[in-house]
Write a protein that binds this ligand. Structure first.
Ligand code: WT7
Length: 652
C-alpha cells in the first residue's frame, strides 16, 4: 500500500481511558504483556494451568514441523469436564450456566448441575448410536440449549463436531457432511425466525439423498416447533426426547490427548469449496478460556455474559460455548433476531437478565443506529459494563454510537480481531488497560505476535499500511484444513515465509496500534493509490445522514478502479434531496482527501449480506460494473439484489 495515500487516511482523534474502577479490579493488567514478552511459551503454559488436566502437560509447543503445531502434546484433558463437571465439583452446581430466551418468548434457565446431567445423557445417547471417539458428528440446529448440549456431548466422548449454520441450505449441509464424512446428524424439526416456525429437518432429508453422505447412519431430531408433517426415515431418524431422555444422567468423562480433534468448522471464503478448519483440544481451550477471561474481564460470580452470535459460527463456538462455560460464567442464549417481535428486543433482554457484558457485530450495531436512538433509550441498560465487537472492521461512528447509546458513555468497547482459523481473539484492547481508539483493534493480546508487513514481507513503519501477519504460532491456531494439508500451506503459509497470512489489510498508526482495513481483496486501486473500502465506508458513516455504507472499486478506464458507494440513509433523511450526493462526496473528500471521493453514490434501502452479517462486496461490484450477478446462495435474502438493481438510475 502506498504511503502517500495512507497519509491522507481518516484521522480519528477520540480516546477513551479505562474506567478507574474497572482498571483497579481488572483480571488482567499491563504486567501480562511484559510477562508474555519475556517468556511467551511460559506465559501460555501458565494459562494452560487455568484448566483441569487429567495429565498435566510438560511440553508447551512442538514446532519441529512448521506450520503443523502441537501444543501441550503430552497433556490429557476432557473439554466437557472443564466446561461443566469441574464447576459442579467446585460447589457451583446451582449457578445458572444458560438463560435461554426463545424467540416466541419461552424461557429456560439451566444450572451447571442440570447442564452436567443433560450433557451426560446426550453423551450416553451418542454412544448408544455407536459414535466412537474420532467419529464426526454434524450439528444442524437452531440456537436452542440442545445445540450447546450436543457440542459438549461430542467433546465429552471425543467425537469432533461439525456445526452447520441453520440458515444454510441442503446443498451446503451436504457438502459439509460429505467433506467431514459425518456419521450422525443432530438436527431439529425447525426453529423460530421472525415470529414463524422455520423447518430444518427437510434440508437434512434432502442433503442425505446426495452422493457421499451414505455414512450417516442416524439422525437425532430435537422437537422444537412441533410441526406435524415431518418426514421420517424409520431406522435412521430418532427423536431426541425418545433417545436422550431415556439415558442415564451419569457419564464419566474420559481424558483425550491435547491434540485430539475437537471440531471442524467450515469457512466459505470467496472462491473454491469451503475449507474445513480443524481445531484441537488443549491449546484451543487454553486460549479461548484465557481470552474470554482477559478481554471481557469476566467475574463469574457477578457477570451475565451475552454473545449474540449463532453457535454455528466460530464466535458462537468460542464465546458462547467453550470460553464462557470453561470460566463458569452465567450467560444468555437467544434464539431469534434483534427485531422480532420489535426493534428493542435485544435491549429488553439486556434489561431482563441484567446483562453486564455484551459481545456483538458491527452489522447489528449499525442496524440499531438506523432504527434510532430512542429504541435502546426505552430500556434500562445500566447493568452493562463492557461492550465487544467482532466480525468486520467497526466504523468509528458505529463504535462511538455503541459506547454512547448502549454503554451510557461509560463502558469500554473492545474491538476484537480474529478469524475462524485463529480459533480465538488475537488483537484487542484489554478493558482495564488500553486507552481505546474508535475503529481500531489496537494491540495483540499478551502471548500473541502480530504485525503489518509490505509486499516484501518487511515490517512497515508506524503510519504505514500493508498486510496483517501473525509471526509466532498460538495455542488455538487451526492445525490444518481437514483432509487437505497442502491447501493449509498454500492458503496461509506461502504468501510470506514463516508467517501466517491472515488475508486482511491493516495499517499501523503513529503509536504502532493496528487498524484493520478489511480483506485484501477489498482494497481499491484508484489512480495509483491503494484505498481501503473500510475507510471510505467509515467516512460515509460519519456523516449524520448515513446509517450504513458499502464501497466497491468498479473497473474504470481512466483511473483503473473508480469508487462506487452504496449507502443506506438514516431514518429521517431523504434519498431524493437535492445536492445530497454532492454533500456526501464532499464530506468524504474532507475526511480522507480528494482521491477518496466516490465517483458514484447510490442511496439504497438494503445491502446484500452473508448470513454472518458481512457485506457481499462481490455482488455490489457486479452491479457497479453492470454484470450479471454471481452466486447469491449465501445471502440472507437474495431479493435485496433485485431491489438494489431496480433502484439504480437507468443511465448507469
Ligand atoms: C474475518 C474472519 C472472528 C469471528 C467472526 C468472523 C474480519 C473479524 C474483525 C475486527 C476487522 C474483523 C476479518 C477476518 N474481522 N473481526 N474486529 N476488525 N475485521 O470470523 O468468518 O472467520 O472472518 O473477519 O476480515 O479475517 P470469520
Amino acid at each position: 500500500m502506498s504511503n502517500e495515500s495512507l497519509a491522507n487516511l481518516l484521522k480519528e482523534e477520540r480516546r477513551f481511558a479505562p474506567p478507574a474502577g474497572l482498571a483497579a479490579e481488572a483480571n488482567v493488567t499491563a504486567e501480562a504483556y511484559e510477562r508474555a514478552k519475556a517468556d511467551r511459551l511460559g506465559f501460555w503454559a501458565e494459562q494452560a494451568r487455568r484448566l483441569s488436566w487429567e495429565t498435566e502437560p510438560t511440553e508447551t509447543l512442538d514446532w519441529s514441523n512448521p506450520p503443523f503445531a502441537k501444543w501441550f502434546a503430552d497433556g490429557r484433558l476432557n473439554v466437557a469436564y472443564n466446561c461443566v463437571d469441574r464447576h459442579v465439583e467446585n460447589g457451583l452446581g446451582d449457578r445458572v450456566a444458560i438463560h435461554f430466551e426463545g424467540e416466541p418468548g419461552d424461557t429456560r434457565s439451566i444450572t451447571y448441575a442440570e447442564l452436567q446431567r443433560e450433557v451426560s445423557k446426550a453423551a450416553n445417547a451418542l454412544i448408544e448410536l455407536g459414535v466412537q471417539a474420532g467419529d464426526r458428528v454434524a450439528i444442524y440446529l437452531p440456537m436452542i440449549p440442545e445445540a450447546v448440549v450436543s457440542m459438549l456431548a461430542c467433546a465429552r466422548i471425543g467425537a469432533p463436531h461439525s456445526l452447520v449454520f441453520g440458515g444454510f441450505s441442503a446443498d451446503a449441509l451436504a457438502t459439509r457432511i460429505k467433506d467431514a464424512d459425518a456419521r450422525v446428524v443432530i438436527t431439529a424439526d425447525g426453529g423460530y425466525r421472525r415470529g414463524k416456525p422455520s423447518a430444518l429437518k427437510p434440508a437434512v432429508d434432502e442433503a442425505l439423498t446426495r452422493p457421499g453422505t451414505e455414512n450417516v447412519r442416524s439422525v437425532l431430531v430435537v422437537r422444537r416447533t412441533g410441526q406435524e408433517d415431518i418426514a421420517w426415515s424409520e431406522g435412521r431418524d430418532v427423536w431426541w426426547h425418545d433417545l436422550v431422555e431415556a439415558q442415564s444422567d451419569q457419564h464419566t468423562p474420559q481424558a483425550f490427548d491435547a491434540e485430539h480433534p475437537l471440531f471442524i468448522l467450515y469457512t466459505s471464503g470467496t472462491t473454491g469449496k469451503p475449507k474445513g478448519i480443524l481445531h484441537t483440544t488443549g491449546g484451543y481451550l487454553t486460549q479461548i478460556s484465557y481470552t474470554h477471561h482477559a478481554v471481557f474481564d469476566l467475574k463469574p460470580e457477578t457477570d451475565v455474559f451475552w454473545c449474540t452470535a449463532d453457535v454455528g459460527w466460530v464466535t458462537g463456538h468460542s464465546y458462547i460455548v467453550y470460553g464462557p462455560l470453561s470460566n463458569g460464567a452465567t450467560e444468555v442464549l437467544y434464539e431469534g433476531t434483534p427485531d422480532s417481535p420489535h426493534q428493542g428486543r435485544w435491549w429488553e433482554i439486556v434489561q431482563k437478565y441484567g446483562v453486564t457484558i455484551l459481545y456483538t457485530a458491527p452489522t447489528a450495531i449499525r442496524a440499531a443506529m438506523k432504527w434510532g436512538d430512542d429504541i435502546p433509550a426505552k430500556f434500562d441498560l445500566s447493568s452493562l459494563r463492557i461492550l465487544g465487537s467482532v466480525g468486520e472492521p467497526i466504523n468509528p461512528e458505529a463504535w462511538v454510537w455503541y459506547r454512547k447509546h448502549i454503554g451510557a458513555d461509560r463502558t469500554p468497547v473492545v474491538d476484537t480481531w480474529w478469524q475462524t482459523e485463529t480459533g480465538g481473539i488475537m488483537i484487542s484492547p484489554l478493558p482495564g488497560v488500553t486507552e481505546t481508539k474508535p475503529g481500531s483493534a489496537q494491540v495483540p493480546l499478551p502471548g500473541i505476535a502480530a504485525t503489518v508487513v509490505d509486499d516484501d514481507a518487511r515490517e512497515v513503519a508506524n503510519g504505514s499500511g500493508g498486510y496483517l501477519v501473525l509471526t509466532e504460532p498460538w495455542p488455538s491456531m487451526l492445525r490444518t484444513i481437514w483432509g487437505d494439508d497442502q491447501r493449509y500451506l498454500d492458503t496461509y503459509w506461502s504468501r510470506f515465509e514463516h508467517k501466517y497470512f491472515a488475508g486482511d489489510g491493516a495499517k499501523k498508526d503513529d503509536d504502532g496500534d493496528i487498524w484493520l482495513l478489511g480483506r485484501v481483496d477489498d482494497v481499491m486501486l484508484v489512480s495509483g493509490h491503494n484505498i481501503s473500502t473500510t475507510e471510505v465506508e467509515s467516512a460515509l458513516v460519519s456523516h449524520p445522514k448515513v446509517a450504513e455504507a458499502a464501497v466497491v472499486g468498479a473497473t474504470d478506464p481512466q483511473t483503473t478502479q473508480a469508487i462506487c458507494a452504496f449507502v443506506i440513509l438514516r431514518g429521517d433523511a431523504d434519498a431524493h434531496e437535492e445536492g445530497l450526493v454532492e454533500e456526501l462526496r464532499a464530506h468524504v473528500g474532507k475526511q480522507l482527501g480528494p482521491i477518496a471521493k466516490p465517483k458514484r453514490i447510490l442511496p439504497v434501502a438494503e445491502l446484500p449480506k452473508t448470513r454472518s452479517g458481512k457485506i457481499m462486496r462481490r455482488l455490489l461490484r457486479d452491479v457497479a460494473e453492470n454484470r450479471t450477478l454471481g452466486d447469491v446462495t449465501t445471502l440472507t435474502d437474495s431479493s435485496v439484489m433485485t431491489l438494489i438493481q431496480s433502484q439504480l438510475p437507468t443511465a448507469s
